[in-house]
Write a protein that binds this ligand. Structure first.
Ligand SMILES: Cc1ncc(COP(=O)(O)O)c(C=O)c1O
Length: 428
């Protein structure tokens, strides 16, 4: 007899902290227990209890073609037949680096790593190494992985784990991070004025998607670019979430802003553990073995991961995935807005391309403070009503939903119907 989700979770909690390998999976902010996945295909997931869900988590972003797309599975199978890891350069690494440099013009050289966290961590080290300065500006609610220096007023799971920041981050290190409200131009100007010659970098999610989803007001990202240039600091775009998702060249293409360094992850790995960071050649050449900034990885450039990423990126381009995702996103948005109009609840819906979020608050939502006005209990009720009816959303108000190219109009119609029913119950 196979274990049920509940039995597996009970076992997991005995041997894995909280029963999960990443906190938000534990459903703590919505209550209840997580389900365990048996298999996934396209836009659908089946759990070990035999239930089926339309999935809008998409393995937290990577599954832009849906689950188990044939091109990725074939590429991984072919690569695995030649050996799963070498620790010696392999041709896939060159191919993917060339593709990234072609698609993201601000990147002249790129290094592959194994996660988004490694990518942002390496950007920070490189920025400090290049500038000889220590301080970093980040924005409240932006999440850049579980890097010590960046776990200050962070979003995503760090926002709902019950304390402002993480234990275990030395105060002295946290003190080198200046956390500012997103969209606050005056705060940025003041931080540069008050820390003249000390700021190594500004790191930002150009489309913040880890405290729900909200957007830069006109001029904000431009101001970051201008201030960094004026003060000799580097502008780091964390495009772990947005890279290859909102456009072929990421958010920097959409907003026409050139960062100095870019962190990538998620979509780039086709569902395997991959991150990358890149920028101008002269800066990237400060990395070991060319330069003094050390960075390395046993499994970096792993052939399976590179093959999966390449296959996913090429397929996205072949099918003009970004256009399709915009069409699907617009359909879902229309249907959700209609459902929202029918209920008497303060709701704010945000979408860009295939990313979306429904806040349980009146708008406008423009930063962490306004996102936190959401009624998280109403969200939790909505989440469970959706789940019960077969729609899997991220188990937290402070996350973003993802549509894949595998979602069909039928999936979206069904989702809107379910959300309409769930909203009626949630607002009772
Ligand atoms: C914007 C952003 N940066 C960095 C990370 C960290 O990536 P990883 O979880 O692969 O370490 C995430 C993860 O959600 C993210 O959303």
């Amino acid at each position: 007899m196979r274990n049920s989700s509940s039995e597996l979770f009970a076992k997991a909690q005995r041997v894995i902290p909280g029963g999960v390998n990443s906190p938000v999976r534990a459903f703590r902010s919505v209550g209840g227990e997580p389900f365990f996945v048996d298999r996934a295909a396209g836009a659908h997931i089946w759990d070990v209890d035999g239930r089926e869900y339309i999935d809008y988590v998409g393995t937290w972003g990577p599954a832009i073609l849906g689950h188990a797309p044939r091109v990725v599975i074939d590429a991984v199978r072919d690569a695995a037949a030649r050996g799963v890891s070498f620790g010696i350069p392999n041709p896939y690494e060159v191919e993917i680096a060339e593709l990234i440099c072609r698609w993201v013009p601000s990147i002249e050289k790129v290094r592959m790593v194994n996660s988004g966290t490694e990518a942002t961590m390496s950007c920070i080290r490189l920025a400090r190494g290049c500038t000889g300065r220590d301080k970093v500006i980040k924005f409240e609610g932006c999440y850049h992985g579980h890097v010590d220096s960046l776990l200050v007023h962070a979003g995503s799971g760090a926002l709902t784990h019950g304390r402002a920041d993480s234990a275990g981050v030395p105060e002295k290190l946290a003190g080198m991070t200046i956390a500012l409200p997103f969209n606050d131009c005056e705060a940025v100007r003041a931080a540069f004025q008050n820390n003249r010659g000390e700021i190594a970098a500004v790191i930002v999610e150009p489309i913040p998607a880890n405290a729900g989803l909200y957007f830069a007001q006109p001029g904000f990202l431009e101001l970051l670019r201008e201030q960094c240039t004026a003060h000799g600091a580097l502008l780091i775009f964390d495009e772990v979430m947005t890279g290859f998702r909102v456009a072929r060249g990421g958010a920097q293409e959409l907003y026409a802003i050139t960062p100095d360094l870019t962190a990538l992850g998620k979509v780039i790995g086709g569902g395997l553990p991959v991150g990358a960071f890149g920028g101008r050649a002269e800066m990237m050449d400060q990395l070991s073995p060319e330069g003094p900034v050390y960075q390395a990885g046993t499994l970096s450039g792993n052939p399976l991961a590179m093959a999966a990423g390449l296959a996913q990126l090429r397929e996205l381009e072949r099918i003009d995935g970004w256009k399709l995702l915009e069409q699907l996103g617009a359909s879902l948005e229309n249907a959700i807005r209609e459902a929202v109009r029918e209920v008497d609840l303060p709701l704010t819906f945000h979408r860009i391309g295939s990313m979306f979020c429904l806040f349980f608050t009146h708008g406008p939502v423009t930063d962490l403070a306004t996102a936190k006005r959401s009624d998280t209990q109403a969200f939790a009720r909505f989440f469970h009503e959706c789940l019960r009816r077969g729609v899997y959303l991220a188990p937290s108000q402070f996350e973003t939903g993802f549509i894949s190219t595998a979602h069909t109009e039928q999936d979206l119609d069904r989702t809107a119907e379910i959300m309409r029913d769930a909203l009626r119950v949630a607002c009772r």
